[in-house]
Write a protein that binds this ligand. Structure first.
Ligand code: NDP
Length: 480
């Protein structure tokens, strides 16, 4: 079985303690590779290498950094078939999802930030002929980039691309559940001669690797995407050290359908928002608010749409949903469905594990599940489930739905479906969410500020927000 290795100072290394743990293929429940069970000593080595590389990388001309990142993007594209298969096998997602979204986005992230640094501008403030101020932005040091398992290479590159483009070096920690494409990326870096020590990747458990990485005195920047609980833990550890921290956390996103919406468009988008990537996207619309006038017709059409979704072999093009990422996560989601039933929720469709035949019989599959009859304030509609589960909630007025949409601790994203442009803007203005879509879902422009309000996060990434996050402003005042 293949052994995944750490990538430190341009080399593939075994963890210093030589220990590994099992990596599962969620589509069939088998162990297929070994993940380094790294610890503090590997982090020390990686941070040391990154700190040393920072001396030259931060002084490397922008154009050269840009060229190297574009070379990496090209190499991802050249290896895309291998990466697509690896992402699907490691995560359980369909190859279609990896082909259409994850892997192309990984190279796009690199291209976007590799070129953004070439078109940046600086600020200048004149003081009535007396003095002038210019503000330069400089790289900070070693960035700790910690990413989750749902969009492994996509979210890893979303962090390392701006960090490296702006002249920082990186120690990345991918989720231990989905380490494979980060490992393949490190092999690609070696093949293309990416400079040593600039990007380092250490695999292992959050507690053993994440804690020493985030608390290391030489990692002044932390970019984290993951669950709200882990985010709280990291914030508590790093706040007294005054580290620059960006937290992209969970969501319980409302999807609001008004009676005047384009009915078919809203049905399609609601299904996509609920079940893409098996419902394992932080932006998934897991609370589906439907205006009372159309509640019954919408419900019937939605259930019919969901009944046509196919769960099965992630490799097969015809399947819409693949496997859940792990047995633990599958059980957690099934547990939430049982809890929903106990609370009086009615399962309209799904609500159970899908047992496939043959080699896939031990895979972690759940049927797309639609529930009605639960109040907005019950735990099922308040806690992030992060699976293929959506609850239908009727509403009467704009005011009522705004109040319900906002009545959670999260504030990541929201979608509004209406043909009344005034209403769309009005509701968007009153929703507590960092990202609001009108008549669409997950339409992403990489230039926009991305992130959440309330317990969905702290700070924004994307476009110039990322370039600013990964740099420190310095004002110089010149007396004229
Ligand atoms: P986790 O919070 O469990 O893990 C995220 C990453 O943090 C993993 O690499 C994890 O490692 C690591 N980690 C765990 N403990 C620590 C620690 N003490 N110090 C540093 N790092 C640590 O999230 P999941 O991987 O389960 O991802 C799902 C969550 O991510 C959901 O809540 C989802 O909403 C959120 N998410 C948010 C997005 C956003 O942009 N707002 C986008 C995508 C997902 P390990 O896996 O080894 O535990």
């Amino acid at each position: 079985m293949e052994k995944i290795l750490n990538y430190i100072n341009g080399e593939l290394l075994e963890p210093s303690n030589r220990s590994y743990f099992e990596n599962y293929n969620p589509s069939n429940g088998s162990v297929y590779s070994w993940v380094p069970d790294s610890d503090e000593s590997d982090i020390k080595l990686a941070v040391g290498a990154a700190k040393e590389a920072f001396k030259s990388w931060s002084k490397t001309p922008k154009q050269e950094r840009s060229n190297l990142l574009l070379k990496l993007a090209d190499a991802i594209e050249e290896n895309s078939e291998e990466l697509i298969r690896a992402e699907s096998r490691d995560n359980g997602k369909t190859e279609t999802q990896a082909r259409n979204v994850d892997i192309p986005r990984a190279s796009t992230n690199l291209r976007f930030f590799a070129t953004a640094i070439l078109h940046d501008h600086s600020e200048l403030h004149e003081m009535d002929g007396d003095a002038l101020n210019y503000t330069s932005r400089q790289a900070i040091g070693v960035a700790a980039c910690i990413s989750p398992w749902n969009l492994p290479l996509y979210l890893l590159t979303w962090k390392i691309a701006p960090a490296l483009a702006t002249g920082n070096t990186v120690v990345a920690k991918p989720s231990e559940i989905t380490p494979m494409t980060a490992f393949l990326l490190s092999k690609i870096c070696i093949e293309i001669g990416f400079p040593k020590g600039v990007l380092n990747i250490v695999h292992g458990y959050g507690s053993k690797v994440g804690d020493p990485l985030t608390t290391h005195p030489d990692t002044p920047i932390i970019s984290f995407t993951g669950g709200t609980q882990t985010g709280k833990h990291i914030a508590a550890l790093t706040a007294p050290m005054f580290k620059k921290t960006s937290l992209e956390l969970g969501g319980k996103n409302p999807n609001i359908v008004f009676a005047d919406a384009d009915f078919n468009q809203a049905i399609d988008m609601a299904a996509k928002a609920a079940f893409s990537n098996q419902g394992q996207i932080c932006l998934c619309g897991s609370r589906l608010f439907i205006q009372k006038e159309i509640y019954h017709s919408f419900k019937d059409a939605f259930v019919q749409k969901v009944s046509a979704l196919k769960v099965g072999d992630p490799k097969a093009n015809e399947n819409d949903l693949g496997a859940m990422v792990s047995e633990t996560h599958m059980k957690k989601v099934l547990g939430k469905i049982e809890e929903a039933k106990k609370l009086g929720g009615k399962i309209l469709i799904g609500g159970e594990r899908a047992i496939l035949g043959g080699e896939l019989r031990n895979g972690y599959y759940i049927r797309p599940t639609v529930i009605e009859g639960l109040s907005n304030d019950c735990t099922i509609n308040q806690e992030e489930i992060f699976g293929p589960v959506v609850c239908l909630i009727p509403f009467e007025t704009e005011e009522e739905v705004i109040e319900m949409a906002n009545a959670t601790k999260y504030g990541l994203s929201a979608s509004i479906f209406t043909e009344n442009i005034g209403r769309g803007h009005r509701v968007a203005a009153n929703i507590d969410a960092g990202i609001v879509w009108i008549n669409t879902w997950i339409t992403r422009d990489l230039r926009i500020p991305f992130g959440g309000m309330k317990q969905s996060g702290l700070g924004r990434e994307g476009g110039f927000k990322s370039l600013q996050f990964f740099t420190e402003p310095k004002n110089v005042c010149v007396k004229i």
